[in-house]
Design a binder for this molecule. Structure first.
Ligand code: NAI
Length: 442
């Protein structure tokens, strides 16, 4: 699923003021204040990103991206800015835009534009046309490596800028939905360069998807609504990596968890983890707060809205804004009321509240800051090392989706443990031998 394009060429006719404009705001005090607050946010995050800092140091020495251009479409906020600086320190020219119209922090984008060899085109609240115009601008730089969160850059490259494909040696993808799309593309034999599935490795999923999504979704809901979580029926749609983390954290705050699933094994896992499992149709009548984390479409839709309790709060944590059927609500609501980050749809006199227009709630609410910094330190350390892997090996790999090399995953874990001052045991020679033997003398 991609953001809907209204007319094929609309996105290509980019607004003039976007072209070759390095700063998002005209010269003057507002721009400076923005640059300062953006810089402060980037530096604040840097303090809690020791793993990425150690990689940056190494990159400064080795310059693995010397002469290369990296094109990125990621959530433009302070942690991402630290990844961008790391890649630039490794010798790359970096061109970046957002991967969601509501997740950019404009002050961070502005501060990034002040970093040597970095060009940022992201803008919060951009229209669909502006969103794709910015992707165009990143691609105009003819990147040799792509980094995506959701696969919009790669999709655009393969469908609208095919002449640039021969220049690309490979890419990296950050999230589950992007990897689903890439695998579908590879199965259709349409993916023309190698892409590392950064999301699918333990050091990403076990921390970013579980703890990152769990904590940041809750904090975003709480700060946007000021609603109490304790004692509420909290419905989690999808008991994957994100759903599990969210259920656990909401349970920790005292919520009564209901899980909806389509996979019988994951449904059973949720049951044995102590949660109620039921269909969305059943949950709709009971839930107070609903969060979708499925990567699927219309998970809360026309069959459910009529059953919701008055005042039900709906949010989405999946990558695209298709998990809650907003189009149906827009069409059928008697009226709507807009507040900061909340749209209330009145359905036959009953108010139902949707956060962040049904987009990623942890990033797209006005105060949403995304995952905690320490979690993104791990995810972006993986991104940085996988980007280096592509720089060094991409030209010898065929088009397709590749796992994160085991050594990179382990290296990130070891760097993090070292930063925490935590030591672990090593396998002895006898243990290694024992683990590899089939004749263990029983
Ligand atoms: P996952 O594949 O581990 O889990 C998704 C689960 O949803 C699966 O168990 C699947 O069976 C279930 N599901 C699918 N359709 C369903 C339906 N109609 N009803 C109920 N359950 C259904 O994926 P993961 O890693 O948990 O990611 C989920 C989504 O969250 C993806 O779109 C991913 O890109 C996104 N994501 C968002 C983050 C954020 O910051 N908000 C961070 C990481 C991932």
């Amino acid at each position: 699923m991609v953001l809907p394009l209204r007319g094929t060429l609309l996105c290509i006719g980019r607004p003039k003021e976007w072209v070759r404009k390095k700063h998002l705001f005209p010269a003057g005090s507002r721009k400076e204040v923005f640059m300062n607050t953006g810089r402060q946010k980037i530096d604040w995050a840097a303090q809690y990103m020791p793993v990425l800092a150690s990689i940056k140091k190494q990159f400064e020495k080795d310059k693995p991206f010397k002469g290369m251009t990296i094109g990125m479409a990621l959530h433009v906020e302070a942690k991402t800015a630290n990844l961008v600086q790391t890649l630039a320190a490794g010798g790359a020219k970096v061109y970046i835009t957002g991967c969601n119209p509501l997740s950019t922090q404009d002050d961070v984008a502005e501060a990034l534009n002040d970093v040597k060899n970095v060009h940022c085109y992201a803008k919060r609240g951009c229209t669909v046309d502006e969103y794709y115009a910015a992707i165009e601008q990143v691609l105009d730089a003819a990147p040799s490596i792509t980094i995506d969160d959701g696969m919009d850059l790669i999709h655009y490259l393969h469908t609208k800028r095919r002449e640039l494909l021969k220049k690309v040696i490979g890419g990296c993808e950050e999230t589950t939905t992007g990897i689903h799309r890439l695998r579908a593309m590879a199965a259709d034999k349409k993916l023309e360069f190698p892409v590392v599935a950064v999301n699918d490795t333990p050091m990403k999923r076990f921390f970013d998807n579980v703890h990152g999504t769990g904590e940041s979704v809750l904090s975003s809901i709480m700060i946007t609504t000021n609603a109490l979580i304790a004692g509420k029926y909290f419905v989690v749609a999808g008991y994957g990596f994100c759903g599990r983390g969210l259920a656990k954290k909401a349970h920790g705050l005292g919520a009564k968890i209901i899980v909806t699933e389509v996979d019988p094994r994951r449904a059973l896992e949720a049951h044995m983890d102590g949660y109620q499992v039921m269909t969305m149709e059943q949950a709709a009548e009971i839930g107070d707060i609903f969060v979708t984390t499925t990567g699927n479409t219309s998970v809360i839709g026309k069959d459910h809205f009529g059953k919701l309790k008055p005042g039900a709060i709906l949010a989405n944590a999946g990558h695209f804004n298709v998990e809650i059927d907003i189009a149906w609500l827009e069409k059928h609501a008697d009226s709507t009321i807009e507040r900061d980050g909340i749209i209330t749809y009145v359905l036959k006199g009953k108010p139902v509240h949707v956060l962040a227009e049904g987009r990623l709630v942890n990033l797209a609410t006005p105060k949403g800051m995304g995952h905690p910094i320490e979690v993104m330190d791990l995810s972006f350390a993986l991104q940085a090392l996988c980007t280096r892997y592509i720089a060094e090996h991409g030209s010898s790999l065929k088009g397709g989706v590749y796992e994160v090399p085991h050594e990179i995953d382990e290296q990130v874990a070891r760097l993090k443990l070292a930063s925490l001052g935590v030591s672990i045991d090593d396998l002895t020679a006898a243990q290694k031998k024992y683990q590899c033997s089939w004749d263990i003398g029983t």
